[in-house]
Design a protein around this ligand. Sequence first.
Ligand code: IMP
Length: 186
Amino acid sequence: MKINFITGNKHKVKEAKHIFENFGIEVQHLNIGYPEIQGELIEVASFGAVNVSSRLNEPVIVEDAGLFIKALNWFPGVYSSYVQETIGNKGILKLMNNVNDRYAEFRSVIGFCKPNSEPVTFLGTVRGHISFKEKGDFGFAFDPLFYPEGYKKTFGELKTEEKNKFSHRRKALEKFAMWYKYYRGD
Ligand code: IMP
């Protein structure tokens, strides 16, 4: 059993390979790019999956993720990569200055599509809160700002293997793998 994973990110491929191994699913990595529309994660992942599966004429998965902060009306959300490149973690901390409700979630959506079919999506979420300063050198992007619920360390202070045991991406990838292997019915 095999699946094409369309992404420009090698870390995501490594993570997917590791998880899918347990399900006997082989990952074929293709870095071919696809249009990212403005919209919710589910819309972005669905559109991307439909686009690439019809171009390749094969089943594919794509992934879209972001950080959603409650007190900022769930900003940066789908703008996460742009916000990370522009105002960065320091900018987010400024926006969160004097904000008491620091609840936030990382969300990841896997979009699956096979040619001439409707896309299917799988959501993975990690609940947590935003720190008062950046902590930790592991991980990437918003990791040093995010305390997952029940942890006294930020994602940036957790080794990648530890974070990946319960990351938003892991949850979405696992949901997909379970469905792909056991339930998809074709
Ligand atoms: P992408 O969809 O994986 O490209 O994620 C969009 C943006 O969300 C990234 O550029 C990061 O800024 C942020 N992001 C997504 N997942 C994570 C994560 O696990 N840690 C930190 N930042 C993340």
